[in-house]
Design a protein around this ligand. Structure first.
Ligand SMILES: C[S@@+](CC[C@H](N)C(=O)[O-])C[C@H]1O[C@@H](n2cnc3c(N)ncnc32)[C@H](O)[C@@H]1O
Length: 323
């Protein structure tokens, strides 16, 4: 993290660099001393077996760290117990020292939808907002970006990343347990910003997009993936209470409405590269997920509707540039 702070200072972002330094210190302190969940996960990390992975391969659908032959049976038991304490595993899949983590989401489907459309990631500074356990950060690594910063405020997913990173130990990947609004405004700092599966959680999507635009360098690229409503009208659904049982979904726009939001935030070159309904093959309950999943969020008599009667989830991927 020191590297990012130093880099921000070099780019004339002194006050943001100082804010970032104190934010990191404050979060570490909070997790160590005040947050019960945080302390529990720190204990899980402390109990991990010492093993050096013989390989780390992020260039495949199932990210692989180490192999079964890298560790003894006793150490494998310790590892499996730690992995299970970090459930639910929503993003993946991973194979960690031969242990297959079949996550709720088949995340490579989304990666495959966008990987050939985005500007090459080599040498770029990347921000991944809502990075969860880092699945996409790991998938970015083989392109050799200058660095990837993930931000993930939910501690279970943040600590899943810490666990994976403990073994993968990729030098240019960093993750902070913070929300977008907490991150100091690193103006023009990032070449590519991923914002996937996050915008509908924002009460003020216009403010969120404006913040993202400010952090993108001129000519940089935003990769925006979000829930959308079908239709050509410039309107957004604002769920009365819940959408697909989620109580933190505020706005779901049509694609034309989303384009308007992006334009008003100052983005210029806009492209919608994909619109895909979420299927029960892409999001489903597995042995690594101890909660409900898509099948429970849909009306059992009409799978085209959520249990609340709204259109079932459809997601779009848009690319936007600020020049
Ligand atoms: C639906 S998941 C998407 C994860 C991943 N980006 C993907 O596309 O599969 C949304 C993630 O964003 C995180 N999140 C929610 N609000 C956020 C915020 N304001 N800033 C950063 N992350 C946020 C959640 O904790 C969650 O891990």
């Amino acid at each position: 993290m020191k590297r990012i702070v130093d880099d921000a200072e070099r780019r004339g972002l002194q006050s943001q660099a100082a804010d970032l330094r104190s934010l990191v210190e404050r979060k570490e302190e909070e997790i160590r001393h005040r947050d019960r969940k945080g302390k529990r996960y720190l204990d899980v990390l402390a109990g991990l077996p010492e093993v050096s992975p013989g390989c780390c391969d992020c260039d495949r659908d199932q990210v692989q760290i180490g192999t079964r032959t890298d560790l003894t049976d006793d150490r494998l038991q310790l590892l499996v117990s730690a992995l299970r304490k970090c459930m639910p595993w929503r993003k993946g899949p991973f194979r960690i020292f031969g242990v297959d983590i079949d996550s709720e989401w088949v995340s490579w489907l989304k990666w495959d939808r966008l990987k050939n459309h985005i500007q090459p990631l080599t040498g770029r500074r990347i921000l991944d907002i809502g990075s969860s356990n880092g699945y996409y950060m790991f998938r970015m690594a083989p392109a050799r970006p200058e660095m990837v910063l993930g931000i993930e405020p939910y501690l279970t997913f943040y600590f899943q990343y810490r666990l994976l990173d403990r073994y993968a130990a990729l030098p240019d990947l960093y993750c902070l347990p913070v929300k977008l609004d907490e991150l100091p405004l690193l103006e023009g700092f990032f070449d590519t910003i991923f914002c996937m599966g996050v915008l509908y959680h924002h009460r003020a999507p216009h403010d969120g997009l404006a913040r993202i635009r400010a952090m993108l360098r001129s000519g940089g690229e935003l990769v925006l993936e979000t829930l959308i409503m079908p239709g050509e009208e410039e309107v957004a659904l604002s769920p009365r209470d819940r959408y697909g049982k989620m109580n933190n979904v505020y706005f779901i726009p049509t694609v034309p409405c989303l384009m308007n939001w992006l334009r008003r935030a100052g983005f210029r070159t806009l492209r919608c590269i994909d619109v895909t309904p979420t299927t029960l093959m892409e999001q489903r309950r597995t042995e690594w997920v101890d909660t409900e999943s898509l099948a429970d969020f849909l009306d059992p008599r009409n799978r085209c509707r959520t249990v609340e009667g709204y259109p079932a989830p459809v997601r779009a991927i848009l690319l936007a540039s600020n020049r």
